[in-house]
Design a protein around this ligand. Structure first.
Ligand SMILES: [Zn+2]
Length: 338
């Protein structure tokens, strides 16, 4: 299905209006923010990246909502801005919006707060963890620098942002938006249920199974949390329409969750099938994927690492060269099926 880059209006059963706002967050890449209008309240869910066309797209969307739908929607008049998780295409617009809408409450899950209030600390901490991960994954020395540069590329610095309120699983924001915490793709990832419409952010997307990272790089991510959060997503009752942070609206939410879950298990099985012989994460990734270059290579190594970690946590893959671990700091580890 082709992506429609148009502003859409969706009504929930109790008459809450949700505007789906397309934003070009990187060149050629679209993410969606959502404006939720309930009574006198204007709540913005996610903020775009703050660069590329994202701020202009946001401004134009508000103009269109005023012009076409006759609502007094302004950025300055926002009551609340909810950040669904700490990835730049979702929170990067916060500094911008905070200066335009100083009275808006900035709201996120506690596990997303560190990214907002001290982004640079998170980036530098993660950089060290990533360097260790690449050593243990057995990434060839000549590739490591390039891959590290790619890893750091999208992680420009952001000023410290204010967080006014944190919300936990089960909370109801303004008696309208129910918070569902679904860690995996990101630690503080939340979905928001408004009557029969579910904002799934990056947890559930109609086509793409989202990127996963090992918990050794970022705690509270990883395949284990992702699978548990998919099972949790299955239990959310009464979803007529689901709106993700990318791609198109879903009217078949439960089928999409089911498919994503079986794909997650299938990909874990595929890693296991390549481990009859002891192999490093890098070698397993090279066996599974034909093309190992560019940004895709980095993602494939990380995803394979996340699956190996999941299997190792559950005693299905064990380290074959323990003696190296005894002698060196972060040696390349070889995993073998138990
Ligand atoms: Zn994300």
């Amino acid at each position: 299905m082709a992506e429609q880059r148009v502003l859409e209006r969706i009504e929930t059963t109790s008459g809450v209006s949700i505007f789906r706002i397309p934003l070009e967050v990187f060149s050629g890449y679209i993410a969606y923010a959502h404006l939720v209008v309930h009574g006198e309240h204007f709540t913005l869910v996610d903020t775009g990246s703050g660069f590329a066309n994202s701020p202009d797209d946001m401004r134009h969307a508000f103009e269109e909502i005023r012009r076409t739908h006759g609502l007094a929607a302004t950025i300055e008049g926002l009551h609340r801005i909810i950040v669904t998780h700490g990835h730049i295409d979702h929170f990067g617009g916060v500094p911008h919006l905070q200066s335009e809408a100083p009275d808006a409450l900035i709201t996120c899950h506690p596990l997303a707060r560190p990214v907002l209030i001290n982004h640079d600390e998170r980036v530098l901490y993660t950089k060290g963890a990533m360097q260790d991960f690449m050593l243990r994954a057995g990434v060839p020395a000549e590739k490591r620098d390039t891959l590290m540069q790619m890893f750091m590329m999208g992680k420009q610095t952001y000023p410290p942002m204010r967080v006014d309120e944190v919300v936990e699983d089960g909370d109801r924001i303004d008696d309208t938006l129910e918070v569902i915490h679904v860690p995996g793709h990101a630690p503080g990832l939340i979905m928001l249920l408004i009557d029969d419409v579910l904002l799934t952010s990056d947890h559930i997307l109609p086509e793409t199974s989202v990127a996963l990272f090992p918990e050794s790089i970022m705690p509270y991510t990883g395949v284990g949390h992702f699978i548990e959060s998919l099972e949790k997503a299955q239990q959310v009752a009464g979803v007529r329409m689901a709106l993700g942070g990318h791609e198109w609206p879903m009217i078949d939410y439960y089928d999409v969750v089911e498919r994503t879950l079986s794909e997650a298990h299938r990909k874990v099985e595929r890693v296991l099938a390549h481990c009859d012989e002891p192999r490093t994460i890098y070698e397993i990734a090279a066996q599974i994927y034909d093309h190992m270059d560019g940004y895709g290579e980095l993602l494939r190594i990380e995803q394979t690492g996340a699956r190996v970690e999941y299997l190792n946590q559950r005693g299905m893959l064990m380290i074959d060269n323990l003696e190296a671990l005894e002698q060196e700091h972060s040696p390349a580890l070889r995993y073998k099926r138990v």
